[in-house]
Design a protein around this ligand. Sequence first.
Ligand code: NAD
Length: 382
Amino acid sequence: MRTLRMGMVGGGPGSFIGRIHRLAAELDGDAELVCGAFSSDAKRSQEAGQAYRLDASRVYASYRQMMEAEKALSADQRMDYVAVVTPNHVHYEPARLALQGGFHVVVDKPLSFSLEEAQSLHEIVKHTGQLLAVTYAYSGYPMVKQARALIAQGAVGTVRKIFIEYTQGWLSTELEKSGHKQASWRTDPTRSGAGGAIGDIGTHAAHLAEYVSGRRITHLNALINTYVPGRRLDDDSSLLLRFDNGATGVLVATQVAAGEENNLVIRVYGEQGGLEWSQLEPNSLIQRSPDKPMQVWRAGSNYLGGAAAANTRTPPGHPEGYLEAFANIYTAFHNAINARSTNGAAAGELDFPGIADGVRGMAFIETALRSAHSSEKWTEFV
Ligand code: NAD
């Protein structure tokens, strides 16, 4: 196995998630950032490249230039894959060029600006055979994987109720008017897409609900609001959900819960008990049963096996969190690339969110908005 070479589009000075991707990709020593087009401004891209300690010849003025230049390098030099960590309206084109140029791709969520773009990327992935991961990072937490495994083993019986809440408070005021970089594009329909909070964090919640429960949402009824006067996209949503096995649920995704941090909580109840996981306490998983005291599963413990153990690096009590969850997605993606280059098999079985999850996320935004504007009680989500 060799160290994989990573490229990046986005992640320039003052940006949020690019640096997280770089740390996550490099955490396990199986990949290294070697090149990037970090900003739409050539000078700022060079500034970022210096901060990342990259060779100036591998820091590009645009992602188009980067794809061409990297393709022209020898196979033992050019990047293996590229992470696209730009605002949503700049996901499709760099991802398309990379896939068609023979590179694997990581794209942050939501996959694209529109459902149409997502479907087009799906076709390109099928056609090129390249791998594509979408960083629904919360599915990388070890205790989320433990919850998924327990439910699949029948530990709570048939699933009946799923509650998922993603509450943030940072957009409680008109932050976008103060020049705040991340607030500015997230509330702009020409850069974020049709969804505000429903796209930014609602997609995380919907993915996690399906990932943990192993069930698919089939219908939804969405109430979508914009609380901050003058804001051009939604900042709050409450949805009723129906799942493919008859289970029902509630999804809340809001960015105006004043004072709240990244408070993501999932609770799943079956006929025989329930599970609860919260990002603010990520190394604990609570299991409730009607006939015995509550149990708390703890990350890093010897009694954990399978995916939870495989996705933990330290013994119990040493906190692992968001960065490591992100890294777990990268490591699975790297393993898939390596499996591809050694025997061409197994890649599909590795546990990271892929193109189908990305397309489903975009369909979720579109369906939720359609439901919010409809007078029908239920809107089908296919
Ligand atoms: P940001 O505004 O902080 O950073 C975006 C970066 O992209 C900036 O450096 C900007 O200069 C650069 N950029 C813009 N246009 C470009 C172009 N044409 N070429 C090269 N670079 C360009 O945004 P962010 O908060 O880091 O979000 C980026 C993406 O990551 C979004 O899609 C967002 O939804 C997603 N995100 C995901 C998570 C998660 O938990 N998975 C968390 C935060 C953000």
